[in-house]
Design a protein around this ligand. Structure first.
Ligand code: PGA
Length: 246
């Protein structure tokens, strides 16, 4: 795993936005995998700025978001879809029909997941996947467990994860849904290029386990060691368990 340590989160975010913009220039029909949460906020801000300066054209880009809370319709303010509208979609020229999302309010979760996997396969998989990591080592909502799932599925959210996202629900953990729909490990591992971002000391243990530990479903991100093209972009705090890049 190729680790890059940045002096600050904002430096990493700017570099990440530049990387996305170069990738779109190289392949205007890029298929992008997009995360939510606190980590990518600065990246989205930078992408919006690049677009507003006329330096980034999303008109032919396709996007797939990683996950969505179960039970929340797309227009619920707590949904990841609403988050993406607020922070990226309403500010750039991604075309509506090329934005893809799991529908957390779908009546039949299994069918919805199968639909999403089929859509991603039809698009040819992700060219570039931006990822965050949970303090417990989850990627998308593939939570630590005795086993992991390859395909999109309904995931029960751990207590730790629900606490970590409570800030999106007015700091009230009881309002955080108990489950989510998420892409499985297969889609993540088949992305042609992965940039995983992690900042702050709260991510240090997960980053160390991911990059240096054994491959185990107890740290789902550790499976990224099997991927040939993953870059881990951290600040010094998140990277403090790593002894240089390897
Ligand atoms: P965060 O979440 O960016 O809010 O820390 C990351 C994740 O859970 O993947």
């Amino acid at each position: 795993m190729n680790v890059r340590v940045f002096t600050s989160e904002s430096e990493a975010a700017a570099a990440c936005a530049t990387l996305v913009s170069n990738a779109v220039r190289e392949k205007p029909s890029l298929v992008l995998g997009l995360p939510t949460g606190r980590t990518p906020l600065n990246v989205y801000r930078e992408l919006v700025a690049l677009h507003q300066r006329g330096q980034l054209d999303f008109s032919r880009v396709t996007s797939f978001n990683l996950d969505e809370f179960l039970g929340l319709p797309p227009d619920d303010p707590g949904s990841f879809r609403a988050y993406m509208e607020r922070h990226l979609f309403q500010h750039v020229n991604l075309s509506a029909e090329r934005i893809h999302f799991l529908d957390g309010s779908a009546e039949r979760a299994e069918q919805e997941c199968a639909r999403y996997d089929a859509q991603l396969a039809a698009a040819g998989g992700m060219d570039l996947l931006l990822l965050g990591i949970g303090p417990n080592g989850h990627v998308a909502f593939n939570e630590p467990d005795e086993s992991l799932q390859a395909l999109s599925h309904r995931a029960r959210l751990s207590r730790e994860t629900r606490q970590a996202v409570a800030s999106f629900f007015g700091d009230d953990v009881s309002k955080v849904p108990l489950a989510a729909l998420t892409l499985g490990m297969s889609a993540l591992l088949q992305a042609r290029r992965v940039i995983l971002l992690a900042f702050g000391v709260g991510k240090a243990a997960a980053v160390t386990a991911m990059a240096r530990g054994p491959i185990t479903p107890r740290w789902p991100a550790s499976f990224l060691q099997l991927h040939g093209n993953v870059e881990v972009w951290v600040d010094a705090e998140a990277g403090r368990g790593l002894d240089g890049s390897r």
